[in-house]
Design a protein around this ligand. Structure first.
Ligand SMILES: Nc1nc2c(ncn2[C@@H]2O[C@H](COP(=O)(O)OP(=O)(O)OP(=O)(O)O)[C@@H](O)[C@H]2O)c(=O)[nH]1
Length: 423
């Protein structure tokens, strides 16, 4: 028996019944004198005496399945009748009967009006006094169909209202004494049909599969959103780092005292100017501003006063240049540089002179005054940034040497000695 059969099978056990639910019968209805006697109701033991009064003598006994004579059990979902039977006597065959009450046809007290479903088999078929009889192996005996005038369409077995199950002597039993014991009546059926069972298994698998899929989708979604979140966190972190590094870069390029670009900050502007000059011959001039006698100012008024002058002076210059063409940076100490993009020498000299005058006229914090000297140079063919610087520096040196508070233009060629524009 397959595992699924064990799971699906349902066994209906017919328990021992009181004596009044045992039916004993003989062939007296046929004019015979064969009779059945109950030996033990408890053991469901009956004895049959077959006498030759009737041509086909018979007798037997049956167990009523319910107390109500015409209201039996619906055994349509059952497939096997399992009987524990013992027989002693001279017969070679026995008959098993399953009697079904037919609504509107079967009559109370008229045993033959019940539908006879029966099977006859050899006594030697009993195994350890047990026999399994498939219900579909039973048939309706021809004498019953004939005698009851049953149309062929209704002559098949019926199990929808089984009222009695019992045992009968065989059709050609020898006369004499026959002992029947019905030890056990079990009816085996299926809780649910195999089809429903396999559909349920399939449905279960589909549900489990669906749940696993849903779980997998859910995990994937979680993973995707986790990754997205991680990416967003990384992007935010990168943005912070970018801002931080930009700020650091800005800090690295800025002079903390004046807020102007320092030497590092000047590099990009110089580089751009030089490239424009090289590629498009865009003129560029350099103005170096150096405060006069700044050491003396520091020494006289203190370092803080010197700082204030540096701040004030850078503000004054910044306000009067044309940013972004003119780029102001603190070169270091008391020295400033203006990179004048697109400026030829006259413009640069004019700018320097304007700044010089502004400084000279300015009154800085603490009523302090200052002057500055200027070295101006315009880039010339063949020059590099460093030779341009050297030329402007040389002009500044000369401005200092010639009495300070003046503008000196380096003239054509680095380190030229001419001083064309001292005002
Ligand atoms: N207060 C202040 N002083 C500074 C700063 N940086 C440089 N100095 C001072 O600037 C002075 C520059 O002195 P020098 O190089 O001798 O030049 P100078 O006194 O201006 O003389 P000339 O340039 O020849 O007119 C030094 O005393 C430095 O200490 C600064 O950030 N703050």
């Amino acid at each position: 028996m397959a595992l699924s059969d064990q799971i699906l099978d349902h066994v209906l056990v017919v328990p021992p019944v009181p004596q009044e639910q045992l039916v004993l019968f003989g062939d007296e209805t046929e004019g015979g004198t064969s009779e059945a006697r109950l030996i033990s109701a408890e053991q469901r033991h009956a004895q049959c005496l077959l006498r030759p009064t009737f041509a086909y003598p018979f007798c037997g006994f049956e167990v009523k399945l319910t107390p109500e004579p015409l209201k039996g059990l619906d055994l349509r979902s059952y497939h096997t009748l399992r009987l524990g039977l013992r027989y002693t006597g001279p017969s070679k065959t026995i008959r098993v009967l399953v009697l079904n009450a037919i609504a509107g046809y079967s009559k109370l007290g008229e045993r033959e009006s019940l539908k006879f479903n029966e099977i006859e088999f050899g006594v030697d078929q009993l195994r350890n006094h047990m026999v399994d009889i498939p219900l579909n192996a039973l048939s309706v005996p021809p004498w019953w169909i004939k005698r009851r005038h049953v149309p062929p369409a209704n002559s098949q077995t019926e199990f929808d209202n089984v009222v009695q199950i019992g045992i009968n002597s065989g059709t050609v039993d020898p006369l004499g004494t026959h002992d029947f014991y019905i030890d056990k009546i079990e009816i085996i059926g299926q809780r649910i049909s195999k089809e429903t069972y396999y559909q349920a298994i399939l449905g279960l698998w589909l549900v489990v599969g669906g749940l696993l899929m849903a779980r997998w989708f859910w995990q994937m979604r979680q993973e995707v959103s986790r990754r997205k979140q991680r990416e967003q966190e990384l992007e935010a972190m990168n943005a912070i780092l970018d801002r931080h590094s930009q700020a650091l870069d800005q800090q690295r390029k800025t002079d903390p005292l004046t807020g102007l670009a320092n030497r590092h900050g000047l590099e990009a502007s110089l580089q751009r100017a030089f490239e424009e000059w090289e590629q498009h011959q865009e003129p560029v001039s350099l103005v170096i501003i150096d405060i006069d006698h700044f050491k003396r100012l520091n020494d006289t008024h203190g370092h803080l006063a010197g700082d204030a002058v540096l701040r004030g002076l850078s503000d004054v210059v910044r306000q009067h240049i044309r940013e972004p063409q003119d780029f102001l940076a603190r070169w270091g100490g008391e020295e400033f540089v203006v990179v004048c993009h697109g400026c030829k020498a006259p413009q640069a000299v004019a700018l320097a002179e304007k700044i010089r005058k502004l400084i000279e006229e300015s009154v800085f914090e603490g009523e302090l005054r200052a002057t500055a000297s200027f070295g101006v140079a315009e880039i010339q063919p063949g020059q590099t940034l460093s030779t341009l610087f050297a030329a402007a520096d040389a002009a500044l040196y000369r401005a200092k040497g010639e009495g300070r508070n003046r503008v000196v233009f380096a003239g054509a060629g680095a380190g030229a000695n001419t001083v064309p524009a001292t005002v």
